[in-house]
Design a binder for this molecule. Structure first.
Ligand code: HEM
Length: 365
């Protein structure tokens, strides 16, 4: 699933495809995966948040630097080719690289430097692929674990699409239940479970018990979206997978893409992409959980299933060949069970069962 979403993003960002530019694509994807893996490990050892330690040439830092140098080399080549007109967008319109090359600073007519273009492009690719692949994996798990929801979603997809009929833009608005399945998945398993913020001024938070928490400027805050999305205060039967809770619109306590000026810039892209993928995959495959397996979510920077595992995926009658083509989906579908275990696993990462955890800086209560 991660390969699929990475391929989609690499195409939309710099017109690169796994099929046409195999060596370059493999270099970029392999090195991004290595770097993200190391960054996650360091984040959870808290190495990354101590500025001096973060700069030390430890083996993990050297691995990140070497991987990102490789990615930089390949992306610089792509930028150079595009500037010389030797390559073009793989999308119907301009891709992100075209937009970045054409962008000018307000009034000053200043262009982005190559370094800035690289940083923007890589941020999109890294922020956008694993999050969406986790959403898709959890959505397929939720459907397989909830046959009635699965059937209702499939009925909706079948009423809009047929096997020979490719997805098109007009179908997007005809899949409200499929969208609710994705939203309920984002609530139960937010791909980004924690947000990190620094208070830019003194402020006061009012806790659920009415007490006031004074937060000083400069304090580092961790916002626990997982707890927010599982709070009984906002969600009746919070552990239940129930897409119909989105029938009446969206609660303010639903923040999978964060909120405010630093919220996810790719959220509409992600929802459209996920809707197309889910509808297309459901049309062509049938998913069942493999019995007797217990798996729990693992939290790193994103939240994903903790172990790769098998699931039974059966191609629908007419489309067995496509099963081979999308074989990766089969390998990456995970099952896991036991809500208590999931909850404990996540909760154990936090010293207090709070929505806001203050990890450094000064605060008084
Ligand atoms: C289900 C999929 C996704 C989820 C749950 C998600 C969630 C988030 C969240 C919570 C943030 C804020 C992080 C923070 O402030 O600490 C964020 C930022 C961001 N996301 Fe997404 N995202 C998703 C998909 C995407 C996609 C597909 C793209 C690109 C096309 C994307 C691009 C970005 C970028 C560039 C940022 C940084 C924005 C900034 O620095 O201001 N995301 N995302």
């Amino acid at each position: 699933m991660a390969h699929l979403t990475l391929n989609i993003l690499a195409g939309c960002v710099f017109g690169m495809s796994a099929q046409n530019e195999k060596p370059a694509y493999e270099t970029v994807t392999r090195n991004i995966a290595v770097a993200l893996d190391e960054v996650e490990k360091r984040a959870f050892k808290l190495l990354a948040i101590i500025p001096l330690v973060n700069r030390l040439p430890l083996p993990s830092k050297l691995r990140i630097d070497a991987s990102m140098r490789e990615v930089r080399r390949v992306v610089q080549h792509i930028i150079d080719e595009r500037k010389k007109g030797l390559s073009k967008s793989a999308c119907k319109g301009p891709d992100l690289l075209d937009l970045l090359l054409a962008a000018r600073d307000d009034g000053k007519q200043k262009k982005f430097t190559d370094e800035e273009i690289y940083e923007e492009a890589i941020t999109f690719v890294s922020a956008g692929h694993e999050t969406t692949s986790n959403l898709m994996t959890w959505a397929l798990y939720n459907l397989a674990a909830n046959p009635e929801v699965y059937q209702r979603c499939l009925d909706e997809v079948d009423s809009v699409m047929s096997i020979d009929n490719e997805f098109n833009a007009s179908m997007l608005s005809l899949l409200p239940y499929t969208e609710a399945v994705l939203k309920e998945t984002l609530r139960l398993y937010p791909p980004v479970p924690l947000l990190f913020r620094t208070a830019v001024e003194d402020n006061t938070l009012v806790a659920s018990d009415g007490k006031h928490i004074h937060v000083k400027k400069g304090t580092e805050l961790v916002l626990n979206l997982y707890m927010l999305h599982h709070s009984e205060k906002y969600w009746p039967e919070p552990s239940k997978f129930d897409p119909s809770r989105f029938d009446q619109g969206q609660s303010e306590a639903f923040l999978p893409f964060a909120a405010g000026s630093r919220s996810c810039i790719g959220q509409n892209f992600a929802m459209i992409e996920a809707k197309i993928l889910l509808a297309t995959i459901l049309q062509q495959f049938h998913f069942e959980l493999v019995p007797d397996q217990t798996y729990v979510p693992a939290v790193a920077i994103t939240m994903r299933p903790s172990v790769w595992l098998d699931a039974q995926v059966n191609a629908t009658e007419d489309n067995r060949n496509t099963q081979r083509k999308l074989g990766e989906i089969i390998n990456h579908l995970k099952t896991f069970d036991d809500e208590n275990l999931c909850h404990q696993n996540i909760s154990s990462l936090f010293p207090q069962d709070r929505l806001v955890l203050i990890i450094s800086g000064r605060c008084g209560r």
